[in-house]
Design a protein around this ligand. Structure first.
Ligand SMILES: [Zn+2]
Length: 411
């Protein structure tokens, strides 16, 4: 069934999107018949974020990949562009409804039920996380949006409204845990928007601080918000868009496909099977994950993933891939002697680094501790760090995304 939907989508791309028509033709696929079905998808070129930026710059305001007229667009989100111009993510009415349905499934997997009260700390816009907000009403729960960074409002809601669930970034959940003095009414904390929620030690720390269970979710702006969600088994995040979005796994360095089997690792690549505005064809997510295809103990059979890190955050230290989130995970094993906050400060620009790689770690000022952490990082992640212990609370924190790599000392 997905195959039929995909073929229709490809025909639509040829008809409506100059971007894909040209891209596919350049690669030797001049008609939908050349492209074929889902079984042949790995022959097609990838779509990269930079191409979307170029497409938008050359064909403003939405880009030649948009595949609809702006008059047909119901909503336009935007991502923060590094160059100052935002990259727009248009959605038609049908696209908005599809995202809400994906979000409803994801939060349902987290165990949220009708009648529960949920505090959310995502903004309604401009970022796509806001699109998931309608999913809470779709489930039938009482939604308490507090917006981004309104800590006083969150604390008041915890006190007055006694919510069962809290949805926020992992770093904000940690920040909030330092503000609460006793057990709250929160039973589940839904974390997403940045890596961290899947890291065992970080998760246990949050669970201890809140005396609540942590559920991770993951979305990707250009594809769908809240696309993956964890169930109570905490055995990876379940996929929530079967039949709507096609997923592949690839080797990031070569682009070669990786077979989907339990434990396989690679970068996620997404294809919209029926998105109307801004459809993605083999879009490289830069999310490096481990996958499982076997049935979960919750009886669901969907694909599950755990995020290892961002391939664009990744550093290569003498041939070894180092994910900052994985570094933080290993360092967190030393709690409470460390706070869990880290910042990698590469000595040179770019992905490739020479050892030792400087890692600032908040913790007790003790050379023996630095030694032990260094040895653990070498053992677990096979690169040589230069451990610099810094005082607790001295590294920058944010309520949206904690930065784990800082190139300001790089030459
Ligand atoms: Zn499950």
């Amino acid at each position: 069934m997905s195959d039929e939907v995909y073929r229709r989508q490809v025909a639509r791309l040829f008809e409506k999107s100059g971007f894909y028509r040209e891209k596919l033709s350049r690669a030797g696929f001049v008609s939908p018949a050349d492209v074929g079905g889902l079984a042949d998808i790995a022959r097609l070129p990838f779509t990269e974020k930079d191409e979307l930026r170029q497409s938008q710059a050359a064909h403003p305001p939405l880009g030649a990949h948009a595949a609809v007229d702006i008059a047909e667009v119901a909503r336009i989100y935007s991502t923060s562009g590094t160059s100052g111009t935002p990259l727009y993510i248009p959605l038609t009415k049908a696209d908005v409804e599809e995202w809400r349905e994906i979000g409803r499934k994801t939060y349902g997997r987290n165990g949220i039920k009708a009648g529960e009260r949920v505090v959310t700390t995502f903004g309604a816009g401009p970022f796509v996380a806001g699109a998931s907000l309608a999913a809470f009403e779709a489930i039938g729960c009482t939604h308490i949006p507090t917006g981004v960074g309104n800590t006083d409002k969150v604390l008041a809601a915890l006190e007055q409204l006694k919510p069962q669930a809290l949805a926020c970034t992992p770093s904000y959940a940690l920040y909030l845990s330092e503000k609460i003095s006793s057990k709250t009414s929160i039973e589940r904390i839904i974390v997403g928007g940045e890596p961290g929620g899947g890291e065992e030690s970080f998760r246990r720390k949050l669970e201890r601080a809140w005396q609540a269970k942590v559920y991770e979710i993951m979305g990707i702006g250009d594809v769908a918000a809240s696309l993956w969600g964890e169930c109570p088994a905490q055995a990876g995040m379940h996929f929530s868009a079967d039949g709507v979005i096609h997923v592949e796994l690839i080797v990031p360095e070569t682009g070669q496909p990786v077979a989907m089997k339990d434990g396989a690792k690679g970068e996620l690549v997404y294809t919209h099977l029926r998105r109307e505005a801004a459809p993605m064809l083999r879009f490289r997510s830069r999310d490096h994950v481990q996958v499982w295809v076997s049935e979960c103990s919750c009886k669901r059979k969907t694909l599950r993933v755990k995020c290892i890190g961002r391939t664009d955050d990744m550093l290569i230290v003498r041939g070894v891939n180092v994910f900052p989130a994985a570094v933080r995970d290993v360092v967190s094993r030393f709690q409470p002697r460390v706070t869990g906050a880290i910042l990698i400060r590469p000595k040179s620009r770019g992905v490739k680094q020479e050892p030792p790689l400087p890692v600032c770690i908040e913790g007790e000022d003790d050379p023996a501790l630095a030694e032990k952490i260094g040895a653990e990082l070498r053992n677990a992640l096979t690169f040589t760090p230069e451990v610099r212990l810094v005082p607790p609370q001295s590294l920058p924190r944010s309520d949206y995304k904690s930065k784990l790599v800082d190139f300001s000392e790089a030459k």
